[in-house]
Design a protein around this ligand. Structure first.
Ligand code: GRF
Length: 205
């Protein structure tokens, strides 16, 4: 079985788009692939509630769950628990979809060539936060989203695919964010399906 583990923190709209495409494009039959775990770093994430309601396996792991430990110890404990949760699924891909924790180098290396992320800008422009504000401030005429492999350097792994949107007169950060997010919902499932198609659907001799 080709298990996909999706890590979220908030609304999980990209996770929903992936789950919907998994269902509508019959990833289970075509690639023996399924979303085997949706893990949220926030117990109140609306995406988590949606996944639960759909009957998907879910888990919450919060870095705030270790109040008795120092900051560094808590981070280590969180990442240990996170790796245990991911490893329990023997995933073929670990999909970061709005997961708001920066992972340590050791964790990222553990999932080298297995962990992907979606970032709301046309990387390498605007790595980090507030991408839509920064694109507007820079006077960009085009903006977009990037799916990339995750490496230890933030938002700097090899680019897998991108979606481009125009920046329109009168755009605000929120109108632009909405236009980008709509394209993210097309791009992310497409990238994963393409990867499954090419790496997990090879005929056996
Ligand atoms: C998206 O804009 C994604 O690019 C960024 O975080 C946001 C997550 O949105 N990494 P959602 O939780 O998938 O709705």
């Amino acid at each position: 079985m080709n298990n996909l583990v999706i890590l979220i923190s908030g609304s999980g709209s990209n996770m929903k788009a992936i789950v919907r495409q998994c269902q509508s494009q019959r990833w289970l039959e075509r690639y023996q692939a399924r979303v085997s775990l949706v893990l949220s770093s926030d117990p109140d994430s609306t995406g988590l509630a949606w996944a639960k309601e759909l009957g998907l396996k879910t888990q919450v792991l919060s870095h705030k769950a270790y109040p008795h430990l120092s900051r560094d110890e808590a981070r280590n404990a969180f990442e240990q628990d996170l790796c245990a949760a991911i490893d329990s699924q023997h995933p073929c891909l670990v999909v970061l979809a709005g997961f708001m924790r920066i992972l340590s180098e050791a964790t990222v290396e553990r999932y080298a060539n297995k962990m992907i992320n979606i970032h709301p800008s046309l990387l390498p422009s605007f790595a980090g936060l507030h991408t839509h504000e920064r694109a507007l401030q820079a006077g960009c005429k085009f903006h977009g989203a990037t799916v990339h492999w995750v490496t230890a350097q933030l938002d700097a792994g090899a680019i897998i695919d991108q979606a481009v949107v125009p920046v329109l007169d009168g755009d605000t950060a929120s109108t632009l964010a909405e236009r980008v997010l709509t394209q993210e919902h097309v791009l992310y499932p497409k990238v994963i399906q393409h990867w499954l198609e090419n790496t997990k659907n090879q005929p056996t001799l």
